[in-house]
Design a protein around this ligand. Structure first.
Ligand SMILES: C[S@@+](CC[C@H](N)C(=O)[O-])C[C@H]1O[C@@H](n2cnc3c(N)ncnc32)[C@H](O)[C@@H]1O
Length: 303
């Protein structure tokens, strides 16, 4: 048994066996993620795992062809990041290189989130961050690069959590990555991974919760349960939420930002349309495209 209590079987294999060797989806998988989840492909070959995801980020392999194709995107990104802290930009480039991906618009968004949070919350460097619905581990890895003493907890659907784990291990091969499935498992002070399906079996303690473009695609019941988790923390807790004001899922349910579970007593630190998240770059004229609806970002302190 290793320190995470995982019986020495590697965590990617555990998740693969539990989520890719079955034909149905978990209760926590919304109609949106039933559609996209079925397009996620994972294979094990002699050179290791091969992962192909869709619907959660613009991962593109770093190669010459992509580098030429992405010239317009790179120009857009350099303008977008012009006021971002240089250290955060440099660390974003390191995450891109170490996960063998291009410095994409999605990574630039993560840089701007870290930049904004570091200006809005004091002493971020030693905090525990719980990221609900990351996807390629990019935000968690960037936070860990910028704040090496921070502790990261990823919560994601088991099918996508494999991607968070696989890519975070690529960026941080030397440090602990623990799959936490019950209160018997010990948390690492570095990276921890919790399946949305097992979230209620684990006591989760964090200072800063983050959810970006993810609650907008969940069932209301699951959004409520994450709010419950965030509200039951003992210490000073922050929640950064960046999601579509309204989104219709394939089963016709409407998920509205204003109905997530906010309370009048929440202390709002900022609440506005997210300045960097209303349009995204494309590599052909007119070079930008609007998202399907406005995206709000809000940081609250909970009391
Ligand atoms: C559109 S992606 C956003 C990825 C990333 N946060 C970003 O901004 O690029 C939505 C993410 O939410 C995750 N997700 C969907 N339902 C979830 C649930 N019930 N609990 C946790 N994560 C969930 C998906 O697996 C995916 O990683």
């Amino acid at each position: 048994m290793d320190k995470s209590g995982n019986n020495n079987q590697d965590s990617i294999s555990i998740l693969f066996n539990d989520y890719y060797n079955r034909s149905d989806f978990s209760r926590q998988t919304s109609s949106h993620w039933r559609k996209y989840g079925s397009l996620q492909k994972i294979k094990k070959s002699n050179d290791g795992w091969k992962l192909e995801g869709l619907g959660f980020g613009d991962y593109q392999q770093n190669n010459i062809l992509n580098s030429i194709k992405n010239i317009p995107t790179r120009i857009y990104i350099s303008k977008l990041l012009k006021d971002c802290d240089k250290n955060i930009i440099n660390k974003t480039k390191v995450v891109a290189n170490q996960s063998c991906r291009t410095l994409s618009y999605d990574l630039a968004r993560q840089a701007l989130i870290v930049n904004k949070l570091s200006k809005s919350i004091s002493k971020l460097d030693t905090k525990t961050f719980c990221i609900i619905g990351d996807g390629h581990g990019a935000l968690g890895c960037l936070i860990k690069k910028v704040f090496p003493k921070s502790k990261i907890i990823f919560i994601n659907l088991g099918r996508t959590l494999i991607f968070d784990l696989y890519y975070s291990k690529k960026v941080f091969p030397e440090i602990e990555h623990f799959l936490i499935r019950s209160n018997e498992n010990i948390f690492s002070k570095h990276f921890n991974y919790i399946e949305a399906e097992k979230c209620n079996n684990v006591e989760i303690n964090a200072d800063v919760f983050i959810n970006v473009c993810s609650m907008q695609e969940m069932n209301s019941e699951d959004i409520r349960s994450y709010f419950k988790l965030i509200r039951k923390q003992n210490s000073e807790t922050y929640f950064y939420c960046c999601n579509r004001i309204s989104k219709e899922l394939p089963d016709n349910s409407l998920i509205n930002f204003s109905e997530y579970g906010w309370l009048d007593k929440d202390i709002i630190i900022f609440d506005e349309l997210c300045p960097w998240h209303q349009e995204f770059p494309i590599n052909r004229p007119p070079f930008t495209r609007k998202f399907d609806g406005p995206i709000q970002h809000r940081l609250i302190k909970l009391i």
